[in-house]
Structures are given as structure tokens and as C-alpha cells.
Design a protein around this ligand. Structure first.
Ligand SMILES: NC(=O)c1ccc[n+]([C@@H]2O[C@H](COP(=O)([O-])OP(=O)(O)OC[C@H]3O[C@@H](n4cnc5c(N)ncnc54)[C@H](OP(=O)(O)O)[C@@H]3O)[C@@H](O)[C@H]2O)c1
Length: 230
């Protein structure tokens, strides 16, 4: 068994707790200053993980945007951007998606066992397909990433992925940004869905810092004794 990476969940949500709108296109919740902060956090990590629905809906590149930060990583002997990681059961992933097509960095797809052969055939040229088990457990993914040398993992959503990391007690830190508007549509994805969370009315999470960034607020929660304030 391998140590799991220090795991930081990063999320922007509306005042009413939505990650986006019900429309297929991406909803911008944050502002430029906060996007730059997120870029710095990305640059500090070894891997970034998102669910397959986020790859499909948002088509994110998941690269470090700042040239200075990419150069600093290169000077430290790291790839310019962290490893990209996604999870899928249904395997509805387009090999032309920006997740696969952008950046020289390694891409990992954890696929449910029953679709692994098909996944290697469809995505084998653009990513490393890993048999994630059936079902895929986040602990298995975390420990496998640890075995691959990932020491610091950033989980960027969406809600289904955040829910599993939180309910499985695998998160060391939550960086939650609240945007100053409502979505008001229950068809839209939420920050988390139903589950048994380790933090509840009887066991409150520790609010480590609060920071206003323009018109949004960043709430940083320490979720484990491994939390690093720096
Ligand atoms: N505001 C933000 O910070 C932020 C960040 C990221 C995303 N988002 C939004 O969130 C929305 C997506 O969120 P979401 O909750 O619907 O989905 P999600 O968490 O991005 O992805 C869910 C998908 O990931 C795969 N998956 C997750 N857990 C798995 C497991 N244990 N085993 C196998 N596959 C697993 C499945 O893919 P398959 O369906 O392929 O099997 C599942 O449908 C997007 O619309 C995006 O805009 C917002």
C-alpha cells in the first residue's frame, strides 16, 4: 500500500451552492484575480483530477497558464504543468478533447474494469488508461497516484468527484470560492450531492482562512491534520 497524496479540493460555487448552470456551456463563477490564484495552486501540484463530465461539459485544458510558473516548474525538473487525471465508467470521452490534446504533460484515465480494453483501444494513443476497479474507489485512485509519485493532488471537480473525496475522508483541504450570484436552477450541478460527510453539525470542519478576492470570497478549510497553512 502507498501513501496517498496531500489532497486539496478546489471549487467555485454560486451563493446557492451550484457549480455551474443547467446549460451545457461552462459558467464563469470566479474573476481574473481568482483564476490567477487557482493557476498558482495548479502550479504547486503534481496532478490535477476532474470527473469525466467536467471534461465533456467544460472541455478544460487544465494547464498552468502563467509562463513564469511553467518556467519555475521546469527549473525544478518538473513538467510545465501537472499530470492530468480523469475517471470514467461510461467511457464517453473524446480523444480530441482539450484534456488530451493540450500540453505535453502525462494524462491518466482511471476506467472501470469492464471498459478498460475498449478504453485502451479508444484512448491509448492520447493517455495512459489505468484499470480503476469495479467500482472505482477514490482511495484506490489516490494510492495509485501516490505510487506514481504524486505527492500533491488538486481535485477540481465536478460535484460527483468532490462528493466521493469528501465522503471517503480523503481530502486534506478545501478551497471554496463563493461567487456573488445565484443560479437558482435545481437541474444545475451542485458542489456536492447526498452522502455521509465526516464533517457535520456534531463534527465541524476547521475554517483556516477567509480572503476576499475582488467580488468573490475564498474560504479555506482544514479537513485533516495534514493541512498545511502555507
Ligand atoms: N465551479 C467549479 O469549480 C467547477 C469545477 C469543475 C466542474 N464544474 C462543473 O461541474 C459539472 C460536472 O459535475 P458533475 O458532478 O456532473 O460531474 P463530474 O464530477 O465532473 O464527473 C462525473 C463523471 O466522472 C466519472 N466518475 C466519477 N466518479 C466515478 C467513479 N467512482 N467511477 C467511475 N467513473 C466515475 C463518471 O464519468 P462517466 O459518465 O464517463 O462514466 C461520472 O459521470 C460541469 O458541468 C462543470 O461545469 C464546476
Amino acid at each position: 500500500m502507498h501513501d496517498r497524496p496531500y489532497t486539496l479540493l478546489s471549487c467555485g460555487m454560486s451563493i446557492d451552492g451550484y457549480l455551474g448552470s443547467a446549460a451545457p456551456r461552462r459558467l464563469e463563477l470566479s474573476n481574473d484575480a481568482d483564476f490567477d490564484r487557482v493557476d498558482a495552486v495548479r502550479a504547486s501540484c503534481d496532478a490535477i483530477l476532474v470527473g469525466a463530465a467536467t471534461v465533456r461539459n467544460d472541455n478544460p485544458r487544465l494547464l498552468v497558464r502563467s509562463q513564469r510558473r511553467r518556467d519555475e516548474r521546469s527549473c525544478r525538473g518538473l513538467p510545465p504543468s501537472p499530470i492530468k487525471v480523469t475517471l470514467t465508467e461510461r467511457l464517453a470521452l473524446d480523444p480530441r478533447a482539450a484534456f488530451f490534446a493540450s500540453g505535453e504533460t502525462e494524462k491518466l484515465v482511471y476506467c472501470a474494469s469492464q471498459r478498460v480494453r475498449e478504453a485502451r483501444w479508444r484512448l491509448g494513443r492520447v493517455a495512459t488508461v489505468v484499470d480503476g476497479g469495479a467500482p472505482i474507489e477514490m482511495r484506490t485512485v489516490s494510492e495509485d497516484l501516490g505510487a506514481r509519485g504524486v505527492r500533491r493532488l488538486m481535485v477540481e471537480g465536478g460535484g460527483k468527484v468532490h462528493t466521493q473525496f469528501l465522503t471517503d475522508d480523503l481530502a486534506d483541504e478545501l478551497q471554496l470560492v463563493v461567487a456573488p450570484f445565484f443560479v437558482g436552477d435545481s437541474r444545475a450541478p451542485r458542489f456536492v450531492s447526498d452522502g455521509r460527510f465526516p464533517w457535520n453539525a456534531g463534527r465541524r470542519a476547521t475554517l483556516a482562512t477567509v480572503r476576499q478576492i475582488g467580488d468573490v470570497v475564498l474560504l479555506r478549510y482544514a479537513l485533516s491534520p495534514r493541512f498545511k497553512a502555507g
